[in-house]
Design a protein around this ligand. Structure first.
Ligand code: 4AD
Ligand code: MG
Length: 463
């Protein structure tokens, strides 16, 4: 048998196969019903939400007793089209071979399980309807991202996972080391001697590919990364993961306003893709996770995103009649409750908030003329809060250097970052979209742990 002889259930259900005879299907058993003269098995091969119904006309000739829910089987037979029934395609099985047995007590029987319970069996949850859909959706939306940028002639770049820097300057780095933890080498001063470590310096997992993306943008023009990022941030919320995937475009010769136009276009294109190309998944979410999701996404595609400054946002929050846990005044960082008030209650649509106080934003953001704010922009959406953070970058050597000095950063370590401000520096901008936050928003799934197959969160790195 060669690879192409096996048919995908999706293609069979969508009537995309040429020959209805001698069809071979392989998959996992979802249900089985056996009576004297006929038996039915539903199998799923991961290609679609729907199962393929197998009809077995001579049950006694097949090893049906050993075929339990969860078992994997190979089936040979022919496809019958049954008109006027919901399940209008079925397969008459002629030969059934058990590939892998499953004991009768396989945990995923037909009943519904809670998402909490399924997180504990993440090695199996992809075999449920919901997580099959989530995983296929994730795959499709990854493609949508590459498709968008490919068509805009952005270059897909790969930035390092292991770095010696801290792009966001928030000190949330997971260390990478091969030193012997039981006997750490020390310098004369008693500090850990990283010169004896694998990379001869202190290293960690990247929190963002931005700094290296900036380097490549100043050579290739428009670039983007799409990779895993890691944050040792001890916030156990439904929107934070310690390992998450981020899409980071970086554009040379591009200011904040131009970047915001791209940001809105990008988001709307991804939403449109979800509605048109991931219909099965969006229908599922609309039916089982959040009724009205589809309509909400459609509305957003039609609406203009709101655009306000941080200062305006603070005024709105100070003058509204909602009590916040974290008090609001100019200079504070917006908390999730503030972001959600703005986007859910006040504007009732996605908004882009720009020009934040420099004290609450990263060192690399371009300083505005008021000496108080930087050219930062966050995109906030109802239900999730921040899904994008970005900025125009400080391209002026002296300004960047003095900001880094103010923050007591190690200039020698970031010499290369300053260097590109010396040789043909250009205005440039970029942003980071949290992939899981995007998936949460589109699907209506409430917990980030349920849109990534094997979530990493404080206290949890199983699987
Ligand atoms: O706002 P952040 O920290 O921005 C950056 O990292 C910039 N270097 C991006 C850039 O300009 N190239 O993170 C960007 C986005 C957030 O808006 C959020 O969607 C997501 O990444 N994010 C997280 N998602 C899940 N879990 C976490 N712990 C996240 N932290 C940030
Ligand atoms: Mg941010």
């Amino acid at each position: 048998m060669n690879y192409f002889e096996k048919k995908k259930i999706k293609d069979i259900l969508e009537d995309k196969i040429n020959d209805y005879k001698d069809v071979i299907v392989m998959g996992w058993v979802r249900t089985k019903r056996v009576s004297k003269n006929i038996a039915f098995i539903e199998i799923n091969d991961g290609s679609a939400l729907k199962n393929l119904q197998l009809v077995i006309l001579n049950p006694e000739q097949h090893p049906l007793a050993e075929i339990n829910t969860g078992a994997s089987i190979k089936v040979k037979g022919y496809i019958d089209k049954v008109e006027g029934r919901e399940q209008d395609v079925e397969m008459k099985a002629e030969e059934i071979e058990i590939i892998g047995e499953a004991p009768e007590d396989f945990i995923l029987q037909k009943k519904r399980h809670s998402f909490e319970f399924l997180r504990d069996i993440a090695h199996l949850r992809a075999r449920t309807n919901t997580f099959g859909v989530v995983n296929r959706f994730r795959s499709k939306m990854s493609y949508a991202i590459h498709d968008y940028f490919y068509n805009k002639d952005f270059k897909y770049i790969h930035t390092p996972i292991i770095t010696s820097g801290d792009a966001e300057g928030a000190g949330e780095i997971f260390k990478v080391s091969t030193l012997d933890f039981d006997s750490l080498p020390r310098t004369e001063k008693g500090e850990i001697d990283y010169s004896q470590d694998f990379f001869a310096q202190e290293t960690g997992l990247t929190v963002s590919g931005q700094l290296e993306a900036e380097l490549l943008a100043t050579a290739l023009g428009d670039v983007y990364t799409f990779g895993p990022t890691f944050r040792a941030e001890n916030s156990n919320t439904s929107r934070h993961a310690s390992e998450f995937w981020m899409i980071e475009p970086e554009m040379a010769f591009c200011n904040l306003d131009e970047m915001m136009t791209l940001m809105e276009d990008f988001i709307k294109n991804l939403f449109r893709f979800a509605l048109e190309e991931a219909e099965e998944e969006m229908d599922f979410f609309n039916q089982w996770i959040d009724e009205g999701r589809r309509e909400m996404i459609e509305k957003i595609i039609e609406a203009d995103f709101g655009r306000i400054t941080y200062t305006e946002a603070i005024e709105i929050l100070e003058n509204c009649d909602q009590d916040f846990e974290y008090p609001v005044s100019w200079g504070v960082d917006l908390q999730s409750e503030h972001e959600r008030y703005l986007t859910e209650k006040h504007f009732k649509k996605p908004i882009m908030v720009r020009d934040y106080p420099k004290e609450i934003k990263a060192f690399y953001m371009r300083q505005n003329d008021d000496n108080k704010t930087v050219a930062a922009v966050d995109c906030l959406v109802p239900g999730v809060g921040e899904i994008i953070g970005g900025s125009q970058r400080e391209e002026r050597y002296d300004k960047l250097k003095s900001r880094m000095e103010e923050l007591e950063m190690d200039l020698e370590k970031y010499e290369w970052f300053l260097d590109i401000r010396k040789y043909g520096s250009v205005p440039h901008s970029g942003f980071g979209l949290g992939f899981e936050r995007l998936l949460m928003y589109l699907s209506g799934m409430q917990n980030i742990r349920d849109v990534i197959s094997f979530p990493r969160t404080p206290g949890n790195a199983k699987f």
